[in-house]
Design a protein around this ligand. Structure first.
Ligand SMILES: NC(=O)c1ccc[n+]([C@@H]2O[C@H](COP(=O)([O-])OP(=O)(O)OC[C@H]3O[C@@H](n4cnc5c(N)ncnc54)[C@H](O)[C@@H]3O)[C@@H](O)[C@H]2O)c1
Length: 459
């Protein structure tokens, strides 16, 4: 099958490369000339594990190519995917659909023969109807079906998620479109990833409901963590204790600094607006968004209280800037709010991230960016772990302690065992777990979960 993939960001590039890997003929289109030039040179403009090899192999074998001009790929395509951005509209939180509608207008001018237009971008309910109207108005002769096919991949694990999805949602009542979509995804269907066929509006809603639910789960355990700190309970054990219940499930129950990233913040806001516009307010998500928003600055206050309440003139080392490990994406990363709040309290911030520094420079000023974790910690009065990159899970604690002014760690991702940190002479603050003071005995506070599992990873 011939595919035109419009938008080569985190979703479009991964989807295009994976479809080519399935054997389809894919042309990726982007209006960003620099991105297309880089891709044509074989350079990958984003950090995504495994993507480089897939792009290189499929380009070499002639199934994947890149262009800044939409006309020819769209004219030749059986399926045209819209994978452009849908950020929050400035000022009101609605999804900004200007890129989607601009793309639809361009597609209308170029489309030829029976073509399925597939919306992969996350869009409000009814957007598929609007795309259909745009195309029908501009090209009444066009033989097109507009399908919703929301994407659920996670940055940092995007290739795996695309190739082994929990489900594929196809929103269309048109039989020709359903058959074409089944053919596109046939390699996955053979691997027994179920295809869920729904109406278009239902598919659009599924995407928002999924993200809203996950954001709720994270926010729920974050509030439980706050309670744990007050009553002397351990949130990791609570999460384990509830997560082993199959009705609840263990994923997205890791307490932390609040959700961020390219999707949850904007999609929860858009979902709230959709609910309000349709007189079906989503009050749970309204609360989730508000609670999450306040949490990030509260993390900076946690750092301040670890240092006796005053950060003025103090050097604070921050490990991890991206919104999650294994990506360079800084969109709405919790680190931005945490660092800004630390600076507002007078702290001098040093930071290290394995992949995000370039993007962070554009978003955070007056930060000293360092080349590794130990240089970052040098001279710091406290070290804050904001993103749980793998390399931060196995730091040389003796070396770390030797370069810091105070042995104070505030771990916003619970990657270490309190008892281990205590043994290494750190004052260790984490989320929803007891903080050991110098005269407490570590084994009393080491939990069975610490002993059995140590560190857990969730992307
Ligand atoms: N990033 C994720 O993890 C993720 C996961 C699931 C769904 N989504 C959704 O997928 C969509 C894309 O997200 P992303 O993170 O890949 O965005 P992105 O910002 O990384 O990429 C969007 C790309 O579209 C290009 N573009 C915009 N208008 C264009 C046009 N008219 N013609 C050609 N190219 C155009 C931009 O130049 C950019 O390269 C969004 O709706 C997002 O909510 C994202």
């Amino acid at each position: 099958m011939r595919i035109a993939m419009i938008g080569t960001g985190y979703v479009g590039l991964v989807s295009g490369a994976c479809f080519a890997d399935f054997g389809h003929q894919v042309i990726c289109v982007d209006k960003d000339d620099a991105k297309i030039a880089a891709l044509t040179r074989g350079e990958i403009p984003i950090f995504e594990p495994g993507l480089h090899d897939i792009v290189r192999n499929n380009t070499r074998e002639g199934r994947l190519s890149f262009t800044n001009s939409l006309a020819e790929p769209v004219a030749q395509a059986d399926a045209v995917f819209i994978a452009v951005g849908t950020p929050s509209r400035r000022g009101d939180g609605h999804a900004d659909l200007s890129y989607v509608f601009a793309t639809a207008r361009e597609i209308a001018t170029a489309v030829s023969g029976f073509t399925v237009i597939v919306t992969k971008s996350t869009v409000p309910i009814g957007t598929g109807d609007q795309i259909e109207t745009i195309i029908n108005d501009l090209r009444p002769d066009a033989d097109v079906c507009v399908v919703s096919n929301p994407e659920f991949l996670r940055e940092g694990a995007a290739i795996r998620d695309f190739k082994l999805p929990d489900r594929i949602v196809v929103g269309s009542d048109d039989q020709r479109a359903r058959e074409l979509m089944a053919e596109l995804y046939r390699p996955l269907y053979l691997n027994s990833s179920p295809i869920l066929y729904t109406g278009r509006r239902t598919a659009e809603l599924i995407k928002y409901a999924a993200n809203a639910f996950l954001a709720t789960k994270i926010t729920f355990i974050n509030e439980v963590a706050d309670l744990c700190e007050k009553v002397g309970a351990d949130v990791k054990e609570v999460a384990r204790g509830i997560g082993l219940d199959n009705r609840i499930g263990s994923k997205f129950l890791h307490a932390g600094p609040g959700y961020g990233g390219s999707c949850f913040p904007k999609d929860t806001l858009a979902f709230i607006k959709i609910g309000q516009d349709n007189e079906a307010p989503q009050r749970i998500i309204e609360t989730v968004a508000a609670v999450n928003e306040q949490r990030k600055r509260a993390m900076a206050r946690k750092v301040a209280s670890a240092l006796g309440g005053n950060l003025h003139g103090k050097s604070i080392a921050v490990l991890g800037l991206t919104f999650k490990p294994n990506t360079d994406d800084m969109r709405d990363a919790p680190s931005i709010a945490v660092i800004t709040a630390l600076q507002d309290m007078g702290a001098r911030v040093r930071a290290y991230d394995p992949a995000g520094i370039e993007q962070a420079r554009a978003l955070l000023s007056d930060v000293t960016y360092c080349e590794n974790a130990y240089l970052c910690a040098a001279g710091a009065e406290a070290l804050v772990i904001v993103t749980e990159w793998e390399q931060f899970r196995a730091l040389d604690l003796a070396q770390l302690k030797s370069v810091m002014v105070n042995p104070v760690i505030v771990d916003l991702r619970n990657v270490y065992r309190p008892s281990d940190m205590h043994k290494h002479g750190f004052v260790y603050h984490s989320i929803g777990r007891p903080t050991l003071t110098a005269n407490q005995s570590p084994p009393e506070l080491e939990t069975s979960l610490d002993r059995q599992n140590g560190m857990e990873v969730e992307l």
